[in-house]
Each structure stands twice: as C-alpha cells, then as structure tokens.
Ligand binder design. Structure first.
Ligand SMILES: Cc1cc2nc3c(=O)[nH]c(=O)nc-3n(C[C@H](O)[C@H](O)[C@H](O)COP(=O)(O)OP(=O)(O)OC[C@H]3O[C@@H](n4cnc5c(N)ncnc54)[C@H](O)[C@@H]3O)c2cc1C
Length: 494
C-alpha cells in the first residue's frame, strides 16, 4: 500500500459542496486534495446535472448585484426582481419540511446564502438571473416568482467547470477515478482516508477529511432498504456515483445518522429515460409544467392536486406520488391553451408524447391505461372547473375545481381546446434526505453527540435539513454554504 501524507485537508467528492470546501480550505494556505470517484468526463456529481439554480435570500436588486455585478441597467429596467427575504426563505423551509428542518443549520443556510454566492463570484463563478425558468413576461416586463432568481452561467456544467478551474488556479489537486473507501482512524480521530485508484489501495494521511460524496440514491439496494419497497424501480436523475459511500464510511467511524432516512427528493421524469442521468440531456427529462394541466394514472384516474402550490414547492415530492401509482407511471395532459406555457423540457426529442385532435383520439393513444376511465375523468374534471375565476400563472389564482375526489386548487384550466397532448412520466429520484449529523461548524457528530475529530461533511450526505419536500434551488445553496464552512473548519484543524 502506498502512503501519501503531503495533504492537510482531503475532500471526498467532486461536486459543488466538495469544490466549495476545497476552495475554502485553500484560503487558509492549506494543501488540499480532492478525490473524485468519477472519471473527469463524468465528474461533478449531481451538481453537474443541475440547471445551476441557487435559492438565495435578497432584499432587492442591489443584493442581487453582489453575485451578479454585470446586471445591466436595461436588464434591471425590464425586470421586476421583487424580494426574497430571509424570513421568506425560513418560512419556506419550515413549511415544506413540516417544521422538522434543523433550526440552527437552516438559519445558517438562509443567512449565508447571499454571502456565499457572492464569495463564489469572487472565486470566478459567474451568475445570472434565471429569466428563462423562473420569471414570467407580463406586458413586456419579467416578473420573478417563487424566490428562485440566481442561476450559474452555463447551468450545472458551467458551475462545475468554473469551480474546477478555480480549484486548479488555487493550487488544489484533483484526482479523478479515485474512490474513497474507508476513513483511517487513530483512536477516535480521523487521520486520513483509504482510496481505491486503478484497483490499488492508497492510504492518504491528512489532518482533516471533508466528506461531500453525495447521498445514496444511485444504489437500488440502499434505496429499497431505506426509502422502502418499490424504490428500486425509480430512475436516477443524476450521477451514478452517489451510492452512499461517504455516509457508510462515516457511520462505520461512529458518526450519528440523522434526518429523513425514508425520504428523498423525487420528481416527474420521462417514463423511458435511462436508469441514470444522461449529461447530454441534463435535467431536461424532468416534466414540471403539471400545474397547467392534469395527471392521469394507469387506471385513468387523477390522483394528486396538480395546483396545490407553485411548482417550486410541489415538484420534489410528487415523484414519490407517481411511483406509488399502478405501473409506476402517469400521463400529464394539456390542451392548446397552455401549450405556450410548457417549459423547454417538453420540446426535447426524448419524450413519450401522444397527441390527439379530440379527447377521444388522445385517450385512445394512451397505452397501458384504462382509456374509458381516462376520458370520463377528463370530462368530469372539465365540468368541475370554476371557470369564472380568472387564470393567472403568477399567483396562486384560486381557480379551482369543486366536488371532485381529488380537487385541483389553482390554475384549473378546462382541457377542451385541441390539439391535446399527453406526456408519460415516471419517478426520477434526485437525492436522499437522510444522512450524517453535523454541527454549525460542519463537524460530523458521533453517536455520543460529540464532534469526531478531523471529520467534516457538507452537501447531500448531510441529514436533518430537508424533510419530505424541499424548496427548489436549495440543494446547491446547501452544498455551497456548508461546503465553505466545512472547508474553513477543516483548515483550522489542519
Ligand atoms: C437533474 C438534477 C437537477 C437538479 N437541479 C438543481 C438545481 O437547479 N438547483 C439546486 O439547488 N439543486 C438541483 N439539484 C440537486 C443538486 O444537484 C444537489 O442537491 C447538489 O448538487 C448536491 O451537491 P453535492 O456536492 O452534495 O453532491 P454531488 O454534486 O452529487 O457530488 C458528489 C460527488 O461525490 C463523488 N463521490 C461519490 N462517492 C465517492 C467516493 N467514494 N469517493 C470519491 N468521490 C465520491 C461523486 O462522483 C460526485 O462528484 C438537481 C439534481 C439533479 C439530479
């Protein structure tokens, strides 16, 4: 076994949390090594698959100029950015997690969101406003909705590229195809990590180790074990490399498990998508325009309130609902009235799409589905729409259905204008919610409640922050905020 002992801080993982941790540790003049399990072409974890959206609290456009200093006067003039205050971010976290989110970690997530993206900007990561995804054009002026305004230029690939080149500029070494397999302990302190590289085991000694190796969602056995029966049938939206290694190593070293171990982030995802994410398609297999239409399952029945809230606050929990349907799939159905509002992801060529000029023709094309029930269900839904309430996609408009078994609370449009379209979706898992317990210095806590000396963690593999659901764009912010904290705490140890 070869032993390396030239590093102060070893970071396990190559995504957003890991690279932020590495950059932060290097600010203290430390020698930092990043271990990335994936080959370079697939590096960057789930972070690379994202749209690069960051949830950030801001009091107005002046705050946004901190991470986006190149916002032009013309862009500002044609945009209503509104505000997304710390209180709103905290409220959103509380509400969607049913008030189970760890209060101390959540406060840090919220309060450090803006300073952290500003810090990233200073490291060379470029941000812009997410006009394309999170704003509606109302009479020539873009209005942001849902508290999600900041986006990395170039999306996830741009983010990972920016972080990687910043890491290199700062003298951080990155080893690809280097899989951490074990922590090295002396008594109860972590003093390094064992790595599998080219089928050899290397021992890397360091003063601190930061785990940022993602959740366990890419391992079907762990999914079934913790999320429950049926979860082996879900598709993985992102990287195939997040198989719980970081969590396992830490638990074996005595770390405490915490958070929503039976919960995860999972969305509506193209029914015929491959088993794992495809970087050429990125997040475009997702199908997030369901608030403007309806869902029908294999029995031809609606099963969920498509308009319960803005998409940002429902999409992460509806994947599970789809997985629970017969055959683990459903159809999203729209008519021509909302066609222009469908997101770009509906236009890719890898969609399972059916079109009909009448409802009868459309349902006749819905394979694996009770077509008679489906037709009845759509007609019954149409009759229940409260059409006197005006449709407004920018607010929860209260345009609902009445007296259905499953009502739709907002944006209930009748499905009556041809051509009609149906898109087949299944459940795509994004990341698992359960993980390691950390404190506000990102130190990993043991089952005795004390920090494990030398061990830090950030990102997806930390538990206790997200439960049941998740406000869109919080994953990258979470990785960046706690990655930065973990890096500086690890450096101070080193
Ligand atoms: C399709 C998709 C779209 C998304 N869109 C958004 C979005 O727009 N905004 C948002 O906030 N969130 C989004 N998310 C969620 C977001 O990707 C994650 O919350 C976030 O990227 C997690 O960052 P991370 O650094 O913890 O993990 P990752 O980025 O997944 O990084 C984990 C890294 O660990 C490596 N690794 C695993 N095991 C080992 C090992 N044993 N040794 C060494 N390395 C290892 C992996 O190869 C990987 O590089 C999206 C996710 C997906 C899949």
């Amino acid at each position: 076994m070869t032993v390396h002992d030239a590093y102060d801080v070893v970071v396990v993982g190559g995504g957003n949390a890991a690279l932020c941790a590495a950059l932060s540790a290097s600010e203290f003049g430390k020698k930092v090594l990043v271990l990335e399990r994936a080959p370079e072409g697939e590096s960057g974890g789930n972070s690379r698959f994202t749209a690069g959206l960051f949830r950030v609290a801001y009091a107005g456009v002046d705050d946004l100029k901190r991470p986006i200093p190149d916002l032009t006067a013309e862009e500002i003039a044609r945009t209503d950015f509104g505000t997304y205050t710390e209180e709103q971010f905290l409220d959103d976290m509380g509400r969607v997690t049913e008030f189970r989110c760890d209060p101390d970690l959540t406060e840090l997530l919220v309060k450090r969101s803006l300073p952290t993206v500003e810090w990233m900007r200073k490291k060379g990561i470029r941000f812009t406003a997410a006009w394309g995804r999170q704003a509606f054009n109302i009479n020539g002026k873009f209005k942001f909705w849902g508290g999600l305004t900041v986006e990395a230029v170039g999306g996830g690939p741009g983010l990972v590229e920016g972080l990687t080149s910043a890491a290199r500029k700062n003298g951080i070494e990155i080893w690809y195809q280097a899989r951490a397999v074990d922590l090295i302990l002396e008594d109860f302190s972590v003093v390094g990590v064992k790595v599998k590289k080219s089928n050899r085991t290397l021992e890397i000694r360091s003063r601190a180790v930061v785990l940022a190796a993602g959740g366990f969602q890419a391992d079907p056995e762990w999914r079934t074990r913790y999320l429950g029966p049926g979860w082996e049938l879900a598709k993985v939206r992102g990287t195939r490399f997040n198989t719980g290694d970081g969590i396992r190593m830490a638990l074996e070293a005595g770390a405490a498990a915490t958070g929503n171990w039976s919960g995860c982030h999972a969305v509506a995802w193209e029914r015929n998508a491959p088993e794992f994410g495809d970087l050429a398609v990125g997040d475009q297999f997702q199908k997030h325009s369901y608030p403007w239409g309806i869902y029908i399952n294999a029995e031809g029945r609606r099963f969920v309130d498509e308009g319960a809230d803005f998409r940002n606050y429902t999409y992460a929990k509806y994947g599970r609902v789809i997985l629970q349907q017969p055959g683990q799939f459903a159809w999203q159905i729209f008519d021509a009235k909302v066609k222009a509002q469908l997101r770009d992801e509906y236009k890719i060529k890898q969609v399972t799409k059916r079109v009909g000029n009448t409802l009868e023709e459309l349902v006749g094309k819905l394979e694996d589905t009770n077509q008679k029930n489906a037709l009845e269900e759509i007609q019954q839904y149409n009759r229940a729409v409260q059409a006197d309430i005006p449709f407004n996609p920018n607010v929860k408009d209260g345009r609902c259905t009445k007296n259905l078994k499953v009502n739709k609370s907002n944006w209930a449009n009748t499905i009556d204008t041809p051509p009609f379209e149906a898109y087949a979706v299944t459940c795509g898992i994004t990341f698992s919610f359960g993980g390691l317990k950390i404190n506000t210095d990102a130190q990993v806590l043991s089952t005795d409640g004390e920090p494990i000396p030398g061990l830090y963690a950030a990102g997806e593999l930390v538990g206790g922050i997200f439960w049941f659901n998740y406000p869109g764009g919080s994953g990258l912010t979470n990785g960046a905020v706690f990655g930065k904290i973990a890096g500086s705490s690890a450096a101070k140890n080193g």
